[in-house]
Structures are given as C-alpha cells and as structure tokens.
Design a binder for this molecule. Structure first.
Ligand code: FAD
Length: 543
C-alpha cells in the first residue's frame, strides 16, 4: 500500500471520484445507524484530540445532532466540533484530508438542523455545529450598495434584526427565518420575493469557503468564480460556507398582506403569471392549494379582515378544491394613501372570487416571522417535532396544468396533512452557473407538500400513508413526462442523482473532484460515499 501525499492528492482526477460513485450507496437503506458495525477506527477519532483549536470537540452527548426537522433519519456521529474560529474548521478538515484514504472520517456542517433526510448528519463522522461561530459580530455596510457580512452559521432571523437597526434588510427570503445562512445558500432559499430578486443564492456578493482540502478560499462571481458558483445550491458538497456577504435594500416598515381565492386553476395561474411578469406589481407573490377543507374563511378572520364581510360570510368552501393567491405590498406609514390606490389598481386586474378578498396590515418583521408564530403554536401542542415527509418540486410552466389535474383532488383527496404551496418563479432571476438545478423553461412553479405525520390524524400509519402519496406524485410526474426537478433533493441511487443533475452531472463531478477530492464533506446528502473506497487503493493507478 502506498500512502498518498497531499501534493499527490491534489492531482486526483475525476476518474478517482468516479470510483466513489461506482461504489455508491446501493446497500444503504437503513435510516438509523445505531448498532451497525463501526467503520471509523478509534485511532482516527483519538487523533482529533491532538488538534490545536480555539473551540473544542465533544465526543459524548452527540445524539442530538443525529436528528433533523424531517425526524426520520438518525445517523450518529463520532464527534461534534464546536468551532470558535474559521481556522478550527480548516484545521479539522485539513487533518482528515492529510490522513488520506486511510481514514473513513467524514464531515457535515450543521446549520440549524432543519434538513429533511439527514443531510446535515454524518454517520460516525464529525458534525460541525456552525452556530457556535455565531457570537462573532455581523458587519452592516450602509453605502450606496448596502450589504451585510455574516457567518455561515448565522440564522436569518438574526440577520434581519441586525440589519433592521440600519433601516435595511436582505432582499430575498425563505418563508421561515430560523434557518442558517449556510444551510439555505447550500440549497437556494426560495420565497415569494424570488420572482423579482431571484432566490437567496442570487443575492450573495462574496463567500468565504473552507474546501474539502481544508483550504480557506474567498470567492465571488469574479474571483474563484467556479467555487463560488459551485457552493451556491451545492448541497454542501464542495466546501463549508464560513462567511457570506449578502445584498441589502431599504427595509419597509409595514406590509399590506392580501389573500384571495380562486376555484379555477387556469385563472389562478394566469393571474400569478401576470403578476410575476409585470413591472409594477406586488412585493411578494405566493399561493397555496386548499383541498376539501371546511370553515376556511372563518379561520382567516382571526388575522385578516374580509373586505366585504357579508358576502364573505355567504362563501362556502366545503368540499371544493380552491387556490389561494397570497400577496403583499410593502409600505411606510406616510405612503398609506398611495399604496391603497396601487393595491386597488393591481387587484382590479385579477379575476379572483370577489367575496374572498381578505386584507391585513402588519409590520415587516411580523410578516417575515409569520411561520415562527405557527411554530410556537405547534410546539405548545407537541406537534412540531413530528416526522415531516416534505416533498418540494419545481414544475415547468407548460406542465403545471397536467400536474394539477393529476394531483390535486385526485392523488390528493385532501390536504389535512399540511399546507401545499404553489407559486411561479422567473428563471431569468437564477444564475445558470450555480449548482442548483431547475427546469429549463422561463417560468417554473415551486410546489411544496409540507406534510406533518401526526399519528392521531388518520389512523396509525399516517407517515406511511404520506410517503405512499409522495411516491404516487413522483410516479405520476415520471409517467406523465412532467419534467420536474426536486428542490431540497433526496435520492438513493447514483442513476437518480445523475438524472437529477442532468445535463450538469459532469460539472458537478468536476467540481467535487476539484474541491473535495476525498469526498469528506456532506456525507448525509448521499451523493458520494467515502466509506466504500478501499483503504488500500493505489491512487497512482486511478489518477
Ligand atoms: P441544515 O439542515 O443544518 O443543513 C442543510 C444542508 O446544508 C446540509 O447538507 C448541511 O451539511 C449543509 N450546510 C449547512 N450549513 C452549511 C454551511 N455553512 N456551509 C456548507 N454547507 C452547509 N427553504 C426554502 O428555500 N424556502 C422556504 O420557504 C423554506 N421554508 C422552510 C420552513 C421550515 C419550517 C423548514 C424546516 C425548512 C424550510 N426550508 C425552506 C428548507 C431549508 O432551506 C432547508 O431545510 C435548509 O437546509 C435548512 O437550513 P439549516 O440551516 O437548518 O441547514
């Protein structure tokens, strides 16, 4: 056996990466690794204790990171790194890289652990608790082109609070802000502002990355651009985001928050597409599907006012499939009259059911924190930490009607398991060089089935029922040639990953080979599996 040197490892080619892929995961189906035979020698783990760090490792009490929001996958790590500095992360990864293939240690960054299928977990590897970098100060630049410099483990809610102090805020959001900057930038970060500003990954000026070789690299669209683009939407495969420079805009004080209903899907999508394509339009455009629900408008009344209370009280939702268009218009209190006029004019172009116009006025912060309010309610009822078999799909515009016809009210008889979001996005606002894959059409829809498996809601096996339903939706997409791409993708075979990245698979492999040639990073995504590479591999014959 030859021990590879670092210089040599730097030259490892794509063909070496292919070895990992060929040896891909076929046998990993277990979702819980407790009790499976150990793959990491104790000496590797003990070697971590020799590292000179500002922070520390914990080797016991590691089970809480073998869990995520999805609450279905549990991979127990060997250690948790609580870094106090970027250098702690670099030192640790460099150490593992220098061990070469003789070590089976892998590394997963954990933002806030809100993944769905173990993506921020590492079976017998090291989980980096990115939030421990949090104490370090954010820097807000208030010039002509404002931005904020943040650490990768920072939560978006903290970024919002900090920037609001300067009358500024990031432009593009997720619906829920208790997610980390590094976590959402590794996916895309999509919400109702993305039609105009693009996803969060389109609103980043610069990144600082620790690669799979332990190097600390600064990058942007002009400098080390390949790494910059690779990491954005890169599922944590190419490096760990330790810092990000996020674009800001002046923050509004208030938000006019509007909901209207449609019973006809074509009219609903026509209006959504009209709004996302218009120059003068709303600031946030989303939508959701309501299947077979009763008393819907009564539920809204606690936070929204019907514009025509009498007509609204006569509206019956029972049994129908309805589509809710959700909109906001930002404003400052001194602009109330102008904004009322603008909203009136925009609404007059839409063909919603007139009696279902509901409006609310809240602060910008309240609006952006809306899902956290639901979280607190669900937590108080013990309904937050349940399994979440979510399914997020990106559907090309020309297929959205086929999709709706096949799925809503058909495969899905109701949406009692959770919300189903549906809204269009403009492809022109997405950078084609980043790693995330989307349908190729100019407009595509995000359709998000945000299910919670609550055992009492319909019999004993509600998780199984939802998973079966998800599979039926995916099978339908395949059969009907919908051409969808999964968002927050999860696959278990190499063929599926290859099909997902197609035609970008080669680019993905090339970047992996360049920035994480030993496949140390993001083992929980299960794209590349280090553990199947032979420790005796003669690398010279592979390279
Ligand atoms: P984690 O789950 O900790 O990590 C996610 C992945 O990124 C893992 O592979 C991890 O290893 C990697 N990673 C984490 N930090 C870093 C880093 N610093 N550098 C490199 N890789 C890293 N998404 C949307 O786009 N729009 C939404 O509106 C939206 N709403 C959501 C609402 C809720 C309630 C939840 C639970 C999730 C929502 N998401 C949404 C999904 C969310 O973007 C992803 O689940 C994201 O992964 C969660 O971020 P996290 O910080 O918890 O990341």
């Amino acid at each position: 056996m030859r021990t590879p040197t670092i210089n040599f490892l730097r030259q490892i080619s794509t063909s070496y990466l292919n070895l990992f892929i060929v040896l891909f995961l076929s046998s990993i189906t277990a979702k819980i690794n407790l009790g499976s035979p150990s793959i990491v020698p104790n000496s590797d783990i003990l070697s971590l204790k020799t590292l000179n760090l500002d922070g520390h490792f914990s080797f016991h009490d590691v089970h809480h990171v073998a869990k995520d929001f999805g609450n279905r996958y549990h991979f127990v790590p060997s250690a948790i790194l609580h870094p106090k500095s970027v250098s702690d992360i670099s030192t640790t990864i460099k150490h593992i890289f220098q061990m070469g293939l003789s070590s089976k240690l892998t590394v997963a960054a954990r933002g806030h652990g809100h993944s769905l299928q173990g993506q921020s977990q590492a079976h017998e590897g090291i989980v980096i608790n990115m939030e421990s970098l949090q104490g370090l100060e954010m820097y807000v630049h208030t010039g002509k082109v404002p931005y904020v410099d943040v650490y990768g483990g920072e939560l978006w809610i903290n970024v919002l609070h900090k920037t609001l102090n300067y009358g500024l805020a990031p432009k593009s959001w997720t619906d829920y802000l208790h997610l980390s900057v590094g976590g959402t930038l590794s996916n895309a970060g999509i919400s109702g502002q993305a039609f105009r500003h693009g996803p969060q990954i389109s609103n980043v000026h610069q990144l600082e990355i620790v690669t799979g070789k332990g190097e600390v690299v600064n990058c942007s669209a002009n400098h080390n651009a390949d790494l910059f683009h690779g990491v954005l939407g890169g599922l944590g495969q190419f490096g760990i985001i330790t810092r990000a420079r996020i674009s800001l805009e002046p923050a509004p004080k208030m938000v006019k928050w509007i909901r209207v209903l449609y019973s006809d899907f074509s009219t609903f999508t026509k209006d959504q597409e009209l709004l996302i394509s218009a120059e003068k339009t709303f600031d946030y455009i989303e939508g959701f599907v309501i299947i077979n629900r009763t008393g819907l408008l009564n539920n809204w009344r606690s936070s929204f006012s019907p514009q025509d209370p009498l007509q609204a009280s006569h509206f019956k939702s029972d049994g129908k499939t309805l589509f809710c268009l959700e909109l906001t218009k930002n404003f400052n209190p001194d602009e109330t009259n102008i904004i009322n006029q603008e909203v009136k004019s925009l609404l007059s172009q839409l063909a919603y059911i007139q009696s279902t116009l509901f409006i609310s006025e809240v602060s910008y912060l309240e609006f952006l924190e809306r899902v956290h309010v639901s979280e607190m309610k669900l937590r108080s009822k013990g309904l937050w930490e349940v399994p979440h078999p979510w399914l997020n799909l990106l559907i090309p515009r020309t297929k959205i009607h086929d999709f709706a016809e096949g799925v809503f009210g058909n495969i899905l008889a109701d949406n009692s398991n959770g919300p189903i979001l549906i809204y269009p996005l403009n492809k022109s606002k997405w950078d084609n060089n980043v790693s995330v894959v989307t349908p190729s059409e100019d407009i595509f829809y995000l359709v998000a089935f945000l299910s919670s498996a609550v055992p009492s809601c319909s019999g004993s096996d509600s998780l199984g029922r939802i998973l079966t339903q998800n599979k039926r939706v995916l099978d339908f997409c395949e059969m009907a040639g919908i051409g969808m791409k999964q968002y927050l993708p999860h696959y278990t075979t190499q063929e599926e990953w290859q099909a997902h990245f197609d035609p970008r698979w080669e680019a993905f492999i090339r970047r992996k080979s360049a920035y994480d040639p030993l496949a140390i990073l993001a083992p929980g995504q299960r794209i590349f599996h280090r553990q199947y590479a032979s420790p005796d591999a003669d690398l010279t014959s592979i390279a």
